[in-house]
Design a protein. Sequence first.
Length: 519
Amino acid sequence: QISEEVQRIQRSEMGPMLLQMAQQAYDLAFEHEQRLKEDFERAKEEALESNKQVAMVADLERKVEDQRSELRAYDDTIKEINLDQKDGNIRASITSDPQLPLKPVWPKLSTVGLAAIFLGLCLGIGVVYVMDTLDDRFRSPEELKQEAGVPVLAMIREMKPIPGHGAATLMVHVKPASVESEAFRTLRTALSFSEGDSRRIVISSSEPGDGKTTCTANLATAYAQAGKRTLLIDADMRRPGSTNLFQLRDKPGLSSLLASSGNIGQLATRHLQDVGIPNLDFIPCGPRPSNSSELLASTQFEQLLNWADTEYDQILIDAPPTLAVTDATIIGRLVDGVMLVVRVDKNKRRVVKRAVESFVNLGIHVFGVVINHLDVENSEYGYGYGYGYGYGYGYGNDEGDGGHETHRHVITPTRRPQQRREEADYEPPQSIRIPRRETTAPSAAAPVPQAPRREQVASRQPQRAQPGLTPPPPAPTIPIESSNSSTGFRTESERRLRALRERAAAQAARNQQEGRRSA
């Protein structure tokens, strides 16, 4: 029937309009339904969230109630305790009087003391180890010989300057009978007995200011006093120490000689200077050149040395420091060997080794080293080291290695008496007796055995007299007599000195016998 009614309405004139109105009413009802569903879902979610909050509130209320129960329990306990105290149930009594402790609980002296001792030892050992590692010094002559590879010829200690100038400041010339002069003769003997020929000797150092000029001048005087005609050449044209020592700076010398041409003998004779010491001639450095190395490497210098071989028994050359300039190595190829002066309170180990290697690498013979500037009284071996070095050797002030240099004397590497031996007032030990010899009748000093001469010596010209010079009294011989003790000699140095003198006497006797046979 409904369908029929619908069809009837559609066929009627009002049908379409009624259908449209019904459709609109349906759509509005559907939209309203959808909105209600959305409101329902939203209300449902809010209800669930409210349930959660309600449950949380209930849980918090339960916790609060539990805490209130605990608080009431604590209050009841406190009330019970207060009631017990009021009833006097708690009993307390003093068992003993309090006493102050005799020792502090902390720090414990035994523990702290042992810890301090241990830490002090560790710190001391560490400091000593670091200082020993950083210390670049030679501890003994044996160590210097082992490290440098050359022997120690002698040791020199510091001496007070002698007033005056020139030869008057040289200990060997001023006080030939003193123990200081005898020490230089010991160095002379060591060089004479060294391996090979030792007539041409270059004396150098590793750095400026090591004392080579004073050593050279005193050694030359010792050779001259032994009766050897000695020639001293100042080849240090940058800082002429020997020339300044003898105050001959304004005189012509080696530089002008090497720059000249002509007969080398006549030129050398004109440039010889008298220094007031018998048997000792001196050639100063002369005007300062700009090409000193080239002059020393010239054939003129080699001819000068060859001429000196025919005229002199001993030739000493004062050369510049080897690590500062190359002059010493240039001269070294023309001589028999080099003697190196080492200042122990200034030169470091690596500096000395480099100086020795600079000669050895070029095939130049090194006789040995002379240790300089020692504090003998405060050291068992005569060593008092303290280092510090620096280069910087060039054209500058003339007051260099020998201008204002402290004079020194040589000692052998053994212990010496603490007091200085004077010429007349020294009281020798019992094992060595040094009698004073009267100087009214001068006698010749004991000659030192000479090394083998070159072939040119046969043509040596007669020795020239030096007018106007009065030779000083020669050095008296210092005999060594055995003491009353069973050992004969109290120290090792005395035994060595006696053996050295016996060898020198035997060599002199052999030389005299050979001279008689050749005659």
